[in-house]
Design a protein around this ligand. Sequence first.
Ligand code: HEC
Length: 134
Amino acid sequence: MRKKIMIANVLFLSAVFTISMTGKHSLTDDWAVPEKYTKMKNPYAEAKDSEQIGKRLYAVHCKSCHGTKGLGDGSKAAELKTKMPDFTATEFKSQTDGVLYYKTYIGKDEMPAFDKKISEAEDQWLLVNYIKSL
Ligand code: HEC
C-alpha cells in the first residue's frame, strides 16, 4: 500500500515538473496582442523589395539576437533570459502580419520596441515580410 502511494507521488510530481517546464514561455500564450493589431492589414504585403530593405534592416537590428536565419541563435542570444523564438517554425509563421508588427514595434521584456529606430511604414512592413520569409 505504502509503495503504491509513493509511486503515485513520484508520478504526480514528475508530471507537475514536466508541465511547469514545458509551459514556461511558449511564444504566443502570454503575449497578448490588442485586437487593433491582430486585425491590422499589411499595406505592403505584395510589395517587391528589390532593394532588400527588409533584409538590410534585419542585419542591422535583429540578427544579433535572432540569428542570420531567424533560428534564435544570434551572438547576443546566450545573454538573454527569454527563450528565443524560431522564425522558421510553423507556429511563428501562422501569426498574422499585424501580430508580427505589434511584437516587433511594441516589443515586450527582452524584445526591444523598434518603433523609434524603424519608423517609416514601408520599412516596418518590408521587415515583417522579411522575417516571414526566413
Ligand atoms: C536584444 C535581443 C533582441 C533583438 C535585437 C531583437 N529581438 Fe526580437 N525577440 C527577442 C526576444 C528575447 C524575444 C522573445 C520575447 C518573449 O517571448 O518574451 C523576441 C521575439 C520577437 C518576435 C515574436 C516572436 C514570436 O514567435 O511571436 C518578433 C516578431 C521579433 N522578436 C522580431 C524582431 C525583429 C524584427 C527585430 C529587429 C528589428 C528583433 N526582433 C530584434 C530579442 C530580440
